[in-house]
Design a protein. Structure first.
Length: 134
């Protein structure tokens, strides 16, 4: 089953449509790579997907284990490398402090988040920096 369709719009932009919901995301090449930087770049989406996936898996873990989960905010920084041009590092600062978890709960939730599908796919080829505020 198809997940999405991507259409080139010209001027280094694409329209990405999620087929089940018909939600659309526009991407634009970044300013440092001949684009206008007027929307997420494809590599911005990879870095952002990492944070989003981690939060989602933490939510699932909390739901399954009866742990309250009311707050998560992530600041994402993508660092590009060259030769070849690729994501060299993702810095993620995740604030979970408003959940008021005990240390053991926080450790279990964070451990679950670190095993999210996006992280598992990226972990061997990318340097990650993670910071959690609990």
């Amino acid at each position: 089953m198809l997940t999405s369709k991507v259409k080139y719009l010209g001027n280094l932009r694409t329209s990405c449509t999620h087929l089940r919901s018909n939600t659309e995301i526009i991407t634009d090449a970044p300013v440092d790579n001949q684009g206008r930087g007027e929307s997420f770049s494809p590599t911005d989406l990879v870095a952002t997907a990492y944070a989003s996936c981690m939060i989602t898996i933490m939510g699932i873990h909390c739901q399954e284990h009866g742990i309250p989960f009311h707050h998560a905010e992530a600041e994402v920084e993508k660092v590009m490398g060259s030769n070849p041009r690729k994501i060299a590092k993702i810095r993620l600062k995740m604030d979970l402090s408003e959940n008021h978890w005990e240390e053991e709960q926080a450790n279990r939730v964070i451990r679950a988040g670190k095993r999210c599908p996006v992280a598992l796919n990226l972990e061997n080829g990318l340097d990650f920096e993670l910071e959690f505020i609990v």
